[in-house]
Design a protein around this ligand. Structure first.
Ligand SMILES: [Zn+2]
Length: 417
């Protein structure tokens, strides 16, 4: 009876959160700094305080809801409350609610923790008007410094520091943000892909979070009249770009399964029907869980592109706009999650995350693991969905993992860097 009530509360909370920032098309738009995102934060604070969790907001805008144990070291479960534009109800939200339900359930069962158990809501994971995604996790771990964000503004001229103040983040001494108490972090998240759905399995333990490399390449030709310029005189940037896409497709096929490539941004200048185009800028993105392969494919493509474009008599430039290495999840956190899932079901595969997450940054400083929950294969869209039974199973698993971690004498201690 008690269990049924607990699982229905989980779903009710997901539905309640899905109302903040709801748009007319059935999705939700809740970027960091928006009024809807602040409402969602306030709602979370209310829910967390219902059972008396100790609540605070840090300088990076992250919310901590703690169930204090005898010792100050924290094991936290969490994710993010912000969404992409016109996004779904589960990306981020599910991880936050599962964290809250896990800790509150242990509290309601009058479990006395040895260590402190926490829910961690990381601020601004998705892209936002300040153009800084994974904001809270990067500030918390020092990957991004407070000096670097001092002058950052959105297009309306609002300073990021003002948006943080609106989110109740205290300002002041920069050294107050101390990640040292955090000795373990678990991010539960919908899988976002369809691998678990296809395998008929509800849960997986993440092995590695993909690395991502983005190169902005500009091909420079010569602008001229579309009719009067003879074929041998043309230096057409779009024709050269088309040649590079042939190379891109071939490389994608050669390394499929290990590397994923996308050209999702292309800009043509002057982009007029009767002008030979002088310039094409495109961004090629490569993802892979294999460090050296990721960088060598990105470089190989760039070398081939240079040869091809030069052969056609055009020039080109490249700017590296992102170079993020793959991040392996902590082996002991993976083991903890495998054991916890194994308590309930026999199959619990390890899976690569092809999407980026806050967990990739937390892992730089804290033993970090991720639990994937089967989704319907759709994400960053209103159709995002997750089965209630799968969510209930994930909750049981997380409670088991929290108890096991808490009962270890010195969890996470040898991982301090
Ligand atoms: Zn997410």
């Amino acid at each position: 009876m008690h269990e049924i009530w607990r699982f229905s509360r989980l779903k009710e909370r997901i539905d309640a959160l899905g109302e903040f920032g709801r748009d007319p098309f059935g999705g939700m738009t809740r970027p960091f700094g928006s009024a809807a995102e602040r409402e969602a934060r306030r709602w979370f604070l209310q829910e967390a305080s219902k059972t008396g969790l100790e609540i605070s907001t840090d300088m990076a805008g992250n919310i901590w809801a703690l169930y204090p144990g005898d010792r100050p070291e924290i094991l936290a479960i969490g994710s993010h409350l912000d969404t992409v534009p016109h996004g779904g109800a589960y990306d981020g939200s599910l991880g936050v609610i599962l964290g809250l339900e896990s800790v509150q359930t242990l509290q309601e069962q009058e479990y006395r923790p040895l260590h402190t158990l926490g829910v961690l809501v990381l601020a601004g994971e998705e892209p936002n008007p300040f153009r800084l995604s994974t904001l809270g996790s990067r500030l918390l771990t020092g990957v991004l410094s407070f000096e670097e964000i001092e002058a950052v503004k959105d297009d309306q001229g609002l300073l990021l520091t003002e948006a943080l103040a609106l989110a109740d983040a205290p300002s002041g001494n920069h050294h107050e943000l101390d990640v040292a108490r955090l000795r373990g972090f678990i991010e539960p998240h919908i899988e976002q892909g369809a691998r678990l759905k296809e395998q008929g399995l509800p849960l997986a333990v993440v092995t590695t979070i993909t690395g991502i490399v983005r190169h902005s390449i500009t091909i420079i030709g010569e602008q001229n009249h579309a009719g009067t310029t003879a074929p041998e005189q043309r230096r057409d940037a779009v024709q050269a770009f088309a040649g590079t896409m042939e190379l891109f497709q071939r490389m994608g096929q050669e390394f499929s399964g290990e590397v994923r490539g996308t050209v999702g941004y292309v800009s043509v200048f002057p982009n007029a029907v009767n002008i030979v185009p002088s310039r094409v800028e495109f961004i090629v993105e490569w993802r892979s869980p294999q460090d050296s392969l990721l960088h060598s494919v990105a470089e190989m493509f760039w070398t081939q592109v240079q040869t091809r474009v030069h052969e056609m008599g055009l020039e080109l430039t490249r700017k590296v706009i992102l170079s993020q290495n793959p991040v392996v999840m902590d082996p002991r956190m993976q083991e903890l999650l495998h054991q916890a899932v194994g308590t309930y079901i026999p199959q619990h595969p390890g899976l690569v995350s092809w999407a980026g997450h806050d967990a990739a940054h937390l892992a730089q400083k804290v033993p970090t693991g991720m639990l994937f929950i089967r989704s319907n294969g759709k994400s960053h869209c209103p159709d995002e969905d997750c089965d209630s039974d799968d969510m209930a199973l994930a909750l049981r698993v997380l409670i088991t993992a929290l108890r096991r971690w808490d009962q270890k004498e010195n969890p996470g201690a040898s991982l301090r860097k």
